[in-house]
Design a protein around this ligand. Structure first.
Ligand code: PLP
Length: 434
């Protein structure tokens, strides 16, 4: 399988090249050049297979030219190495809990898959690959955890000092060895600027093999299809396909679902659940694409006003907005509505939702009101403990801490303080990594 750029200005590349490059040199996003061909009877067999077996079969058409099957199988096993239970909240409404991974958000699956692919692809290089990332919170933790202990890869993560939550900071700073966490005296924008300038620096390029662990990388994007296969696998209501509501920001997760559906997975409608950053819901409603400035919300991992993966969705449907609309519904909700939903979910079902999951619940409820004969699932994308004080303030109920948080609190932390300049970053990279 080859991967072409959505901008179509560069030749198609192999899986290996797409993973190492991350983004196409023409700034487009890589897309698989054809639909995957699965073994005959695979879809029908999904409910009887293990999650590892499903993962290997789903990822094989993309990766098999560059990854021997036993290697792919190990990578898949690591990517789905934690429970993803489908929990019934009330009649016709289920949550697929995607937060039982090491950093308690669904991004663990993609980060673990990508880090191990990259580790494999660079194993024979004579110098380490350096992954450079800026994070506002969640991504950095998933990347740090995914790459921890991966040989041949050094990871440098920049985060804004004092501007990430306590748990996020612990997840960023309690690794050692090949993970270098840098607390930048500045904002997330400073971190992002430093990373961009470092990538553009010809000196550094000569001394280091630099790459990113961006969320648009195909090795982070494609494994997210698995969440939809697992929903289908565990869906208890045969003869009635699940509608799935996905809390959406950069639209990577939902784009993976649309791709799985296009590849033949029998699932019902897919619903994008957005917060006040509503570029896509407005676009689908009016046909006018207009991105407004990003507004901060309580579901902050979805605070995106220019979702990168919309390019993949438009590409999948030949840029026809009517075709996209026939496959994708989108709703947006305010913080007040989200907080009210968190309270209501707690009171009516006893379930503690995090703000992202609550937006997913709201969109599912809105869809079910308009389509009373169907049942559905919303993805619970983060553990409520990541937003413990907010959840307690809104619902009045404390969030029980999973044991893993206690272990984090007892781990030594390592972070390097840095001024917000590319010179400081260059000095660090040259003296400590190169
Ligand atoms: C990243 C994230 C999202 C949004 O996912 P996209 O693929 O960017 O649409 C939703 N919820 C949580 C908790 C996240 O971390």
């Amino acid at each position: 399988m080859k991967f072409y750029s959505t901008h179509k200005q560069t030749p198609a590349v192999s899986f290996r090249e797409a993973v190492i490059l991350g983004q196409s040199p023409d700034k487009g996003l890589f897309m698989p050049s054809e639909l995957p061909v699965y073994p005959k009877g695979f879809m029908e067999a999904v409910p009887r297979l293990s999650r590892e077996e499903i993962a290997v079969e789903v990822m094989k058409p993309y990766a098999k030219a560059d990854l021997p099957v036993p290697v792919l199988a190990d990578i898949c096993a690591a990517a789905v190495d934690f429970p993803m239970p489908l929990v019934e909240l009330k009649k016709s409404v289920y949550a697929l809990e995607l937060f039982h991974g090491p950093t308690m958000a669904f991004k663990d699956t993609g980060a673990r898959f990508m880090s191990r692919c990259l580790g494999y692809f660079v194993r024979n290089m004579n110098r380490p690959v350096t992954v450079l990332v800026a994070t506002s919170g969640d991504t950095g933790g998933a990347v740090a955890d995914g790459f921890a202990g991966v040989d041949g890869v050094e990871v440098v993560i920049l985060f804004p000092k004092g501007k990430v939550s306590e748990i996020q900071e612990l997840q960023l700073t309690t690794h050692r060895r090949n993970i270098h966490s840098i607390a930048v005296h500045g904002s997330f924008d400073d971190c992002q600027r430093m990373v961009k300038e470092a990538f553009a620096d010809p000196d550094l390029q000569k001394q280091l093999f630099l790459t990113s662990a961006n969320s648009i990388n195909v090795a982070r994007w494609l494994p997210q299809q698995l969440f939809y296969f697992f929903t289908y696998r565990d869906w208890p209501e045969r003869g009635n396909l699940p509608v799935i509501s996905i809390p959406s920001g950069n639209f990577g997760n939902i784009a993976a679902g649309l791709w799985a559906q296009k590849s033949g997975l029998p699932i019902g409608a897919l619903i994008a659940a957005c917060n006040q950053n509503d570029t896509v819901p407005r676009y689908l409603q009016t046909g006018q694409f207009e991105a407004r400035p990003t507004v901060p919300t309580i579901s902050n991992a979805m605070d995106v006003s220019l979702p990168s993966n919309l390019a993949r969705i438009m590409d999948m449907f030949d840029h026809g907005i009517e075709q996209v609309k026939s496959r994708l519904q989108a709703y947006s909700f305010s913080d007040q509505e989200t907080a009210d939903a968190m309270k209501q979910i707690q009171q009516t079902t006893g379930y503690q939702a995090d703000p992202h999951g609550a937006v997913g619940w709201l969109a599912l409820e809105a869809y079910l009101r308009a389509h009373p004969s169907v049942n559905g699932v919303f993805f619970e994308t983060a553990h409520p403990v990541k937003f413990a004080s907010l959840v307690k303030e809104i619902t009045g109920q404390p969030v029980p801490e999973p044991g893993s948080i206690g272990a984090l609190r007892n781990s030594p932390v390592h972070a390097i303080d840095m001024q917000p300049t590319v010179e400081a970053l260059k000095n660090f990279l040259v003296s400590r990594i190169a």
